[in-house]
Design a protein around this ligand. Structure first.
Ligand code: PEP
Length: 250
């Protein structure tokens, strides 16, 4: 398992056309001149993966997808398979993001099936979990997140490279973040749930934090126990905002 360095992943969501490749190139150039103290991945819309991979070839920045279909091919209009992502140049895929869980009704079982598809295509899955504000306020955050880990990680992940991202739904795109103690508490519970599901070999799988990570809070969040990196949405769209986060991890 690759875990000795932090992993910083940019999730561009449904943002970016050709002109946005200039930001990826600026990130590539900046990463190229920093110490390679962390892994950097950009996850653009599927339409940009191929061109972004060409622009980043040979650099310290990898490319990932934001979702995949659970089946390898077939009559699923509009969907993209894991093999297609890999063929376009992705090496990583985000799965079970809360926007997919809420807007597209994805269940833990759906996410686990997508993880299997990603593994079959040779992609490294990043599996997202996180509680809603209502679940946190009713004291259920740990139970919800632990349940999502148990249900979304198939046993076939044991001994493979993967990451889990803890993303409290109420912190995504809101500018709100949990306290560092709250992050540490959930990350410890996520680690326990991962090990309970997959065994001791999964002790080194990185657990990323995601939800309003910005240049001014990245260093503290990344220094929190069991935080193995960050999943960054809004702040990954511009090199000038993303690079201070990368540098905080390096
Ligand atoms: C995300 O969508 O994964 C995310 C963390 O978004 P933001 O950083 O904008 O909160």
């Amino acid at each position: 398992m690759k875990q000795s360095v932090k992993m910083i992943v940019g999730n561009w969501k449904m943002n970016g056309v050709s002109a946005a490749l200039a930001q990826a190139e600026a990130i590539r150039d900046a990463v190229g001149t920093t110490e390679q103290g962390c892994r950097v991945v950009l996850c653009p819309p599927a339409t940009l993966i191929d061109r972004m991979q060409s622009a980043l070839t040979g650099s310290g920045v990898a490319v990932g997808g934001q979702d995949c279909h659970e089946k390898p091919a077939g009559a699923f209009t509009g969907s993209v398979s894991a093999e297609m992502l890999a063929d376009a140049g992705a090496t990583v895929v985000i799965l079970g993001h809360s926007e997919r869980r809420s807007a597209f009704g994805e269940t833990d079982a759906d996410v686990a099936a997508k993880v299997e598809a990603a593994i079959a295509a040779g992609l490294e899955p990043i599996v997202c979990v996180g509680e809603t504000l209502q679940q946190r306020e009713s004291g259920d955050a740990i139970a919800v997140v632990s349940g999502q880990v148990a249900g979304s990680l198939p046993s076939s992940l044991a001994e493979r490279d993967f990451a889990v991202a803890y993303e409290p739904v109420w912190a995504i795109g809101t500018g709100l973040t949990p306290t560092l103690d709250q992050i540490a508490e959930v990350h410890a519970a996520v680690r326990a749930a991962i090990v309970a599901k997959l065994g001791d070999g999964a002790r080194t799988a990185p657990i990323l934090y995601g939800g309003s990570v910005k240049p001014d809070n990245a260093r503290d969040i990344l220094a929190t126990p069991e935080v193995g990196g960050a999943l960054v949405g809004g702040a990954s769209l511009k090199a000038e905002e993303f690079m201070p986060i990368v540098n905080a991890a390096a």
